[in-house]
Structure formats: structure tokens, C-alpha cells
Design a protein. Structure first.
Length: 127
């Protein structure tokens, strides 16, 4: 799935298929965790929240784009299209102050020496 928007309230929007494993899982449990990564800088974000699923035509129209055509052969009218609104309630981040190579070196040095080195920042964000 590809993120369509993060709205003013912090909700994250997606279009996806009712035939997907994600849809089947959400029918059982609407609790969701989403991870974002900027791997080259070793920065990571993990967001926990709850999902709401709909087939609202206006929202599908709002988020429809060329990329979606590859997934839904019948276009915007495809009955399999679902809208996922992800409502976050907690997030954790890991933000390194240095590049990937320096971080790997610091982790290795810390493991060998037993010293606690400043590898980066981490924290929690509450909504």
C-alpha cells in the first residue's frame, strides 16, 4: 500500500483492495502498526493506531491516481476498492545523529568495549 495523505489531524489515508490480506486482518482486529524508515540515514518511525475501513466514493475519488489503475482494472468504480483511515495514538522514533557507517561502527565498538556510546536519539510521541 502507498500512503495517499497525512491530513491536518494526523490521520493517514490509503486505498487498498478488499481481496488483500490487510483487509482480512482488519475485519478481525482494527489495531494497526505502521513503520516508516529512511534507511540511508538510519531513521525510523513506528506508529500505532486504529484503522477504519470504508468504500466511500468521495474519498476514493479524492485519493485516486494513476498508480491505482495498475491495481484496480475497473478503475475508480472497481467494487474491491477500500479506503483505510489510520488514526494514530502513539509513535516511537529512532533518529541517528550520524550516517549509517558511523552508526554501525559505534554499535560494534559499544558491543566490543562494553561502553555506552551516543548512537542517536529515541523517543515516544503521544497523540
Amino acid at each position: 500500500m502507498s500512503r495517499q495523505e497525512v491530513d491536518e489531524e494526523g490521520n493517514i489515508w490509503y486505498l487498498f483492495s478488499s481481496e488483500s490480506n490487510t483487509f482480512q486482518h482488519l475485519k478481525v482486529n482494527p489495531k494497526v502498526s505502521i513503520q516508516f524508515a529512511h534507511v540511508s540515514d538510519y531513521n525510523f518511525l513506528s506508529v500505532n493506531g486504529e484503522a477504519e475501513v470504508s468504500s466511500d466514493k468521495e474519498t476514493i475519488e479524492k485519493y485516486w491516481n494513476k498508480m491505482m489503475e495498475g491495481w484496480f482494472e475497473k478503475g475508480k468504480e472497481d467494487p474491491r476498492i477500500r479506503v483505510l483511515k489510520f488514526i494514530p495514538f502513539e509513535a516511537k522514533y529512532w533518529d541517528n545523529k550520524t550516517n549509517k557507517l558511523a552508526t554501525v561502527f559505534k554499535v560494534a565498538l559499544s558491543a566490543i568495549s562494553g561502553q555506552s556510546l551516543d548512537i542517536g536519539r529515541e523517543g515516544k510521541l503521544d497523540f
